[in-house]
Structure formats: C-alpha cells, structure tokens
Design a protein around this ligand. Structure first.
Ligand code: C5P
Length: 232
C-alpha cells in the first residue's frame, strides 16, 4: 500500500494584504509552502507529494524547490479554478491503487506536525476516511442573513461541532469515486470530506490543534512565527 499527499497551493489569497499569494510569503525566513512540504517529507512512509500550483507559477515553484534542496518525492501539477479542481488535477496525476491512501493538505497550513499526519494515516487505514478536526470552543449559532443583518435561528450544541482542518485522508478508490460523482452532479465542496460525505461514506475525526490554522489574513504570519518560536 502506498501513501500519497496532494497539496493544493493554487489559491490567489485575496484576503491577505499582499500582492503575493499567501503560500509564497515568508515565515521565519522561508516561504510558507516550504515549511509545509518539509513536514510531509519528514515522513518516510509518504511516497510522493503532488503540489498543485497556478499554471503561471510552475517554473517559479520548481526553482523555489531546487533552491531549498527539495528535489525528490515532489511532483508539480497545474491547479484549477477552485480548490476542488486543484485537488482533482492532483488526483489525476497519481497512478494509484484503490487501497492506497491519499492525504490532502492545505499548503497554507504550515504548522502541521508529523504526529498529526501519522495519526490521520492510521485513522484512514482503520476507517477508510478521516480528517483532522478541532472541537468548537465558542457557542455556535445558526443564522438567517437578512437585509438588517444576521438573525439567529438556532443554537447548535457545541459538543456536536468540530472545525474541519487538514490533512484529510481517504482510500484512493473512495476519493476518486466521490470526486467523479461530485463532478457528474456539479457539486463543489470547500473540502474533500464534504465530497466523500455526500457519497455516503462515514468520515472519522482525528484531534487537531489551534496551531494548525490556515494562514489567511493579515496578522496570521506573526501568529505562525509565535507558534514556531514556542516549539523550538
Ligand atoms: O482559499 P482557501 O483558503 O480555502 O485555500 C485553501 C487551499 O487551497 C490553499 O492552499 C490554496 O492555495 C488552495 N487552492 C487551490 N486552488 C484554488 C484555490 C485554492 O489549490 N483554485
């Protein structure tokens, strides 16, 4: 059985006050994406990483990988218009068996740790599908968006809520089938789990960490540097 990881990194990061996509911004002197890649490469049982980047960035990213000495076990593939399409392109680039495991991880979650990745792989081995999730701390409200602002319609007990993070891992056969069904039905999800859930397969949750957040908005790089300093 082989284990692969797809890292969607083709976003343009419009919420960050920068003209560079967030995956290329510097975190403690190195691009965000390099931190993410190094952690995945530190796990010997992952045979290959597929990095989906904007087609216009392919040469730049290849040069970046060479510069940082990351030359083996990484393949670059063109990303798509949305995250799901980028992951679909990564899946199409793999030659895998149905029982192989595919992990998908946001390139912009650079503080993922090897232990969490390994626990995800183990849960996928057991359940066929597993994602990293963080139990809710705040009380969660469901709202109606009206012309006068949001109005609460109900309170969802927080013991039923987890925030979906990545990695999200699946048997290759299951993920491929679920993606094909979603494409046929015109469904676009914001994560892979939602695509597999609608195909009717249960998805297990592995405990995540607040450190594994998605670098999204101004201030997030400073927070990531703070966490990095803490772990040294
Ligand atoms: O936009 P969002 O924060 O949800 O992006 C999550 C991940 O998906 C990022 O690593 C981003 O680069 C990637 N992405 C992608 N292709 C897109 C849009 C986002 O690979 N078209």
């Amino acid at each position: 059985m082989n284990i692969y990881a797809i890292l969607p990194a083709a976003g343009i990061g419009t919420r960050m006050a920068s003209n560079k996509p967030k995956q290329y911004l510097l975190l403690a002197g190195q691009p965000v994406i390099i931190h993410t890649l190094r952690t995945f490469l530190s796990i010997p049982r992952i045979s290959e990483l597929v990095l989906a980047v904007q087609p216009s960035e392919i040469e730049h990213v290849q040069a970046l990988l060479n510069e940082h000495g990351l030359t083996s076990r990484i393949r670059i593939t063109p990303g798509g218009e949305n995250r799901q399409q980028s992951v679909a392109n990564g899946l199409a680039a793999l030659t895998a068996e149905p029982d192989d495991i595919v992990l998908v991880h946001d390139a912009v979650r650079p503080l993922i740790d090897a232990d969490t990745i390994n626990r995800t792989i183990d849960a996928v081995t057991q359940h066929g599908a597993a994602i990293v999730g963080l139990p809710a701390i705040d009380t969660i409200k469901q709202v109606d968006r009206t012309a006068h602002g949001a109005l609460i319609t109900s309170t969802i007990p927080r013991e039923y809520i987890v925030h979906a993070q990545t990695p999200q891992g699946f048997r290759y056969g299951l993920l491929r089938r679920s993606f094909d069904e979603a494409a046929a039905d015109g469904f676009t999800g914001t994560d892979e789990s939602s695509v597999v859930e609608r195909a009717g397969h249960p998805v297990a949750v592995v405990l995540g960490s607040p450190r594994n957040f998605k670098v999204t908005q101004p201030g997030d790089l400073e927070l990531a540097e703070f966490y990095l300093r803490q772990s040294r």
